[in-house]
Design a protein around this ligand. Sequence first.
Ligand code: ADP
Length: 219
Amino acid sequence: MKQTFAVIGLGRFGGSLLESLIAADQEVLAIDNNPALVENYMDVATHAVIADAQDEDALRDLDLPSFDHVIVAIGHNQQASILTTILLKDMGVRHVVAKAENNLHARVLDKVGADQVVRPEHEMAQRLAEQIMTPNLINYIDLGDKHSLGEIKIANLKFANKTISELNIRKNYGLNVIAIKSQGRVVVAPESSEMIQIGDVLTVVGESVDVKHFESLVE
Ligand code: ADP
């Protein structure tokens, strides 16, 4: 489904975000106070305008409350990022996502009403660190209350060519296998007789410590 987005600030982050949204066939209004940057995105974005986001009248003229999402991708100029976020929330924009440069900036954006605050470098670095430390944990979702869901790649022969019941995953590792991805095929809610091969990806649910422990065993 098509949604409408406005991206304010066409630096590295705002520009990449805009390109991803356009590639996903969404409608994107691009805004920056730097005419050269707006010029760059003129043919990429659905519309591109030169505007100072700290100027309330200029913001009002853009009718931003009619957009589904407005992303404040101004980073270095923290004053502009904070003022823009306040103005957007005051004028009734439903969903404001704001990019923070650091922890304090993030706290301020949260306090002034941003619906979502992102710290791309920080979040990407954390994810990369996790990926390097746990290469077989392909995906991880914290479900809250000490439970999580993990997608774990089987890379250890000890676990290969055995069925779920032979491995007794629930009893031995405290986990429920809810899906197995094997050579492009996905088996949802697999029977206990399902065979596991090297390279298969198991989707498991359980206590977070058990998910992490299992991941450390399959290497
Ligand atoms: P990145 O690290 O993603 O490159 P920057 O903070 O360097 O982010 O870039 C932010 C962009 O926001 C710049 O292109 C800058 O011109 C733009 N910008 C800064 N202040 C304003 C403002 N008041 N109104 C509109 N755009 C702004």
